[in-house]
Design a protein around this ligand. Sequence first.
Ligand SMILES: NC(=O)c1ccc[n+]([C@@H]2O[C@H](COP(=O)([O-])OP(=O)(O)OC[C@H]3O[C@@H](n4cnc5c(N)ncnc54)[C@H](OP(=O)(O)O)[C@@H]3O)[C@@H](O)[C@H]2O)c1
Length: 271
Amino acid sequence: MDIDGTLVLVGAGKMGAALLNGWIADGLAPEKIAIFDPAPLPAIAALAREKHIRLNPAIETITDAVATILAIKPQMMGEVLPAYLPLRQPGNVLISIAAGKPVTFFEAIFGADTPIIRAMPNPPAAIGRGMSVLFANPSVSAPQKQLSHTLLSAVGSVAWIEDEGLMDPVTAVSGSGPAYVFLLVEALAQAGHSAGLDAELAYQLAATTVSGAGEMIAQSAEPAATLRENVTSPGGTTAAALEILMGKDGLPALLTRAVAAATERSKELAR
Ligand SMILES: NC(=O)c1ccc[n+]([C@@H]2O[C@H](COP(=O)([O-])OP(=O)(O)OC[C@H]3O[C@@H](n4cnc5c(N)ncnc54)[C@H](OP(=O)(O)O)[C@@H]3O)[C@@H](O)[C@H]2O)c1
């Protein structure tokens, strides 16, 4: 990865650190990165020292910003962002990863003609297996879109939406989704325990099964439905369980309701 200027990271918490590690792993020259975080974690301070990354430089010294990732908590944005107004520079695209903050929020602070991208990554970004969905305002140029795509690709897959309203269902599916999968492991382990397995073994079976099946999806060209059909013999044990799971009030119906509830909550939080 190469960029022609400075890449600024505002907020080096969980997601900021994941992105930072991803960029460095992808070969971005660390001297091209500047981090702002008033109380950086010791690991970030050590990395910055070791790699010669600028950490909390005087903001006026950054005159060639090409992209600025805003990775602070959504509720802090309003209070914190005015200090970063000097980063409103020609050619600098602002990329917010804050859940629920619409593009208009940033336009109101930085100006309506500022190139702004709203991105929604998800927790597996921490291990480079995230899913980020991006939306650009009309001021974002094609090269800036490409750069944003590359920057988020450092922590996983990237998809784009043309309608910002879709960020709510995106949040409900991929943003919150990892928690649903964690619950699946908990519930499967509990069911195994109820069926007579030792609790520890039941948990091991459930966790390894979910992560192994997830990896099969990741590695396969086939859709999940085909993988499911491939392991379901007519009249067999899997079919008996799927009859329950795919029944009237089964998993698809439950997830439809769960995603609808999360979508609604996402809309409420943005108000
Ligand atoms: N974690 C996820 O899986 C995930 C998924 C999707 C979206 N996001 C979004 O990503 C953003 C960051 O989330 P996170 O989980 O990484 O939160 P986090 O771990 O709390 O990171 C935020 C960082 O920003 C720092 N900060 C506070 N004030 C600042 C300032 N004035 N200038 C620069 N940095 C400042 C915080 O420092 P202190 O801790 O000292 O306050 C902290 O290190 C949020 O907007 C969240 O909605 C996160």
